[in-house]
Design a protein around this ligand. Structure first.
Ligand SMILES: NC(=O)c1ccc[n+]([C@@H]2O[C@H](COP(=O)([O-])OP(=O)(O)OC[C@H]3O[C@@H](n4cnc5c(N)ncnc54)[C@H](OP(=O)(O)O)[C@@H]3O)[C@@H](O)[C@H]2O)c1
Length: 356
């Protein structure tokens, strides 16, 4: 079966989604939504720096729904619940990297999404690298211990060259280090990690009594010029160490930590590991690290070429889920509901690949 796909926006992650769809013989891009007016009317391949695909980006949502795709790959900067309700209500499945893992942070709007799924007979699934795939990795890893006491996930990256100030400022980056409501800003901005804690707890069959957020900050000791015409001023936040924790009683059973830094002028001067450490504490304790390297044939001309690798690992968990999401019963699906997700159409030895 070939899956007909509509791509929703072509930003950082969206571009890598389009690259992956265009090169996978099991997937066919049939439409593309453009949020930016200057992208309307342009070929999607052109927008994403690959060959012309013969698909023109549009802002006309009705026209995209009329294409009756099997799935929308939804990668906008911010999720728009009304938009999701329209898509799902029209019977079109959604895989997304945009602020959706279990949907719980949406409060009552989660119910509206669930209702739209039911009405349209469609499924929504959210992932990414973290939150997303990394929690799946931890859940799978926990399956080889006969007692699990705690699951800890640490993401550690220098994000200096990541060009998405609009998604990073709400986390707390760039604010004066003594801003009174800084913790509240980070708690709201990183709230999607609450859903990641819920996902892992659900996988363990554990009922949590509390989910809490802790955070520390580092400031820059000089002005930092960053991609996206963004300057973080001296004395403002350029490092965030946030921990989302799930408790049963007083016992911490899940901890998801992100350590993100920018520049070389941090106070305190934190180091970053460029990867993930996943520890299942139990019998036995299982420790895994995930790090990423370019393939041997990788030619990097700019720093952006390297950051594109990071965006590939964000886009692919949603793309890989498409066949399972299309086959799933209507509703909100998480990793705990879907079968093993198979990486089909990505190897030269399997189904022949398209170019890209
Ligand atoms: N879970 C994870 O591991 C993970 C990791 C990284 C990112 N993410 C999430 O993935 C999503 C995409 O990230 P990204 O870095 O690709 O984002 P981005 O490049 O900053 O923005 C994506 C696209 O969103 C559209 N857009 C711009 N302003 C918007 C607004 N105010 N409201 C709605 N849409 C707007 C634009 O569409 P056009 O293409 O039409 O210009 C833009 O290209 C975000 O929600 C981000 O938080 C998840």
């Amino acid at each position: 079966m070939t899956y007909r796909i509509v791509q929703w926006t072509t930003g950082n992650v969206g571009k890598k989604s389009v690259h992956a769809i265009a090169s996978n013989p099991l997937l066919q891009i049939v439409g593309c939504y453009a949020w930016s007016p200057d992208k309307v009317g342009r070929d999607v391949g052109d927008l994403c720096g690959i060959e012309t695909l013969g698909v023109i980006a549009t802002e006309d949502i009705d026209a995209l729904l009329a294409l009756e795709p099997d799935c929308v790959v939804y990668n906008p900067m911010f999720a728009n619940v009304d938009e999701l309700i329209l898509i799902l209500g029209a019977g079109i499945n959604v895989v997304t990297t945009s602020e959706f893992i279990t949907g719980h942070q949406l409060g009552e709007q989660r119910e509206l999404i669930a209702k739209a799924c039911e009405q349209g007979g469609a499924t929504i699934f959210g992932s990414g690298i973290n939150p997303g795939f990394i929690q799946l990795f931890a859940i799978v890893t926990a399956g080889i211990s006969d007692r699990v006491d705690r699951i800890s996930i640490v993401e550690s990256f220098d994000t200096t060259i990541y060009n998405s100030p609009a998604t990073e400022k709400p986390m707390g980056f760039g604010y004066p280090i003594d801003q009174p409501d800084l913790r509240a800003i980070t708690e709201k901005g990183s709230g999607i990690f609450r859903e990641a804690v819920i996902l892992v707890a659900d996988a363990l069959g554990v009922e949590l009594d509390a989910i809490r957020c802790e955070v520390d900050y580092a400031q820059t000791t000089e002005d930092l010029e960053l991609p996206g015409d963004w300057t973080i001023k001296k004395g403002c936040v350029a490092g965030i160490d946030v921990r989302w924790k799930g408790f049963v009683g007083d016992r911490e059973v899940i901890a998801i930590r992100g350590v993100w830094t920018k520049g070389q002028s941090l106070d305190p001067s934190w180091s970053t590991d460029f990867g993930y450490t996943i520890t299942v504490e139990g019998r036995p304790t299982v420790k895994s690290t995930l790090s990423f390297e370019p393939p041997p044939d990788f030619v990097a001309e700019t720093l952006d070429d390297f950051i594109m690798l990071g965006l590939t690992i964000t886009a692919m968990p949603a793309i890989t889920a498409i066949p399972a999401v299309v086959a799933a019963p209507p509703g909100i699906a998480t990793y705990n509901d879907l079968p093993l997700l198979l990486p089909r159409g990505v190897t030269a030895d399997g189904v022949p690949r398209n170019s890209g």
